[in-house]
Design a protein around this ligand. Structure first.
Ligand code: PEP
Ligand code: MN
Length: 337
């Protein structure tokens, strides 16, 4: 059950509702959405009538939801969420393309990529400074040095930066450099990390785990939102199937399904979904056709020398060519890039 307080409801009115809920054995989580306070009541709410709260002074509405996720659900919020990252709006009419290398490797590499993707129409820069690698012997990222290079590229090109944070202890550091925090597929159910980014003052890009259901993804978003951070963007990046030709299988269903279940914006990641450069552009087009609010694409000036994910990284020329085709697809579905 979620209680939406009237805009400008006073502290006394809010506290009264909290005391009432607690007296019924419920736990209460308070969050702020613009000028409205939301109280999520946790516990055995099924047996409690909405009338218990709807008449109380300061209460605007009481929402019950059958979905296990609440704040992320369309029941809770009917209008679509637009997440602002700097001057970029994710979830509006314009499709947002985020592009950049898998990992930050050097100043030259990041700046060259940032300028190249910006000129081709990307609105945000991506790049990992802390890399979750399958092998402990593989390149793990430049750490804070990488964050500094991303910030430099942002300051030069004006592109807001999204980068991965892997542990709760890293959240403060990454927040101090990045414009958006990425939680990767491998950490989608790292609940302490989700709570930590939920308490951070930056929007969150949450990637679907490679073996996670849509409900699990939305519950992961709920962990972030329950801490008061409602600026979450979901990302379909492919799931594991029996097909070995591609690195993962893009679950195209996930894009419209998530938009049917949730008000949060949804991105597609054709790079990690396919693992193959030749498939990135067509699958990116498919994501837009299915209603994605944006894309996240790996680009490297010299993919053959990339320290991670070279085979799926587009060259700058390849990215530029893809963007030309995507503009036409965006137009066909009533959007712009
Ligand atoms: C990435 O974006 O570079 C990445 C590691 O993605 P994922 O978590 O989806 O594998
Ligand atoms: Mn990658």
């Amino acid at each position: 059950m979620i209680i939406k307080m009237k805009a400008g409801a006073g502290r006394e009115e809010i506290d009264y509702v909290i005391r009432r809920a607690r007296s019924l054995g419920l736990r209460v989580h308070e969050s702020v959405d613009g000028d409205t306070v939301l109280l999520s009541l946790l516990g055995a709410t099924d047996s409690i009538a909405t009338g218990t709260f709807s008449g109380i002074r300061g209460v605007e509405s009481v929402l019950t939801t059958k979905s296990s996720f609440r704040l992320a659900s369309l029941d809770y919020r009917k209008e679509r969420t637009v997440v602002r990252v700097g001057d970029v709006e994710i979830g509006g009419d314009q499709v947002v393309v985020i592009a950049g290398p898998c990992a930050v490797e050097s100043r030259d590499q990041v700046l060259k990529t940032a300028w190249g993707v910006q000129q081709a129409g990307a609105r945000m820069l991506r790049g990992g400074a802390f890399k979750p690698r399958t092998s402990p012997y593989a390149f793990q990222g430049l750490g804070e040095g990488g964050l500094k290079l991303l910030a430099e590229a942002r300051d030069e090109t004006g592109l807001p930066v999204v980068t991965e944070v892997m542990a709760p202890e890293q959240v403060e550091l990454v927040t101090s450099y990045a414009d958006m925090l990425q939680v990767g597929a491998r950490n989608m159910q790292n609940f302490q990390l989700l709570a930590a980014v939920g308490a951070a003052p930056k929007p969150v890009l949450l990637k679907r785990g490679m073996m996670s259901t849509l409900e699990e993804l939305l519950l992961a978003a709920e962990y972030v939102m329950a801490q008061g951070n409602l600026n979450v963007v979901l990302c379909e990046r492919g799931i594991r199937t029996f097909e070995p030709y591609t690195r993962n299988t893009l679950d195209i269903n996930a894009i419209p399904a998530l938009k049917e279940l949730s008000h949060l914006p949804v991105l597609g990641d054709p790079s990690h979904a396919t693992g193959r450069r030749s498939l990135v552009a067509p699958v990116a087009g498919g994501c837009l056709g299915a209603g994605a609010d944006g894309l996240i694409i790996e680009v490297h000036p010299e993919p053959e020398f990339a320290s991670s994910d070279g085979p799926q990284s587009l060259t700058l020329e390849g990215f530029e060519a893809m963007m030309v085709g995507l503009r036409r697809i965006a137009e066909a579905v009533g959007r712009t890039i």
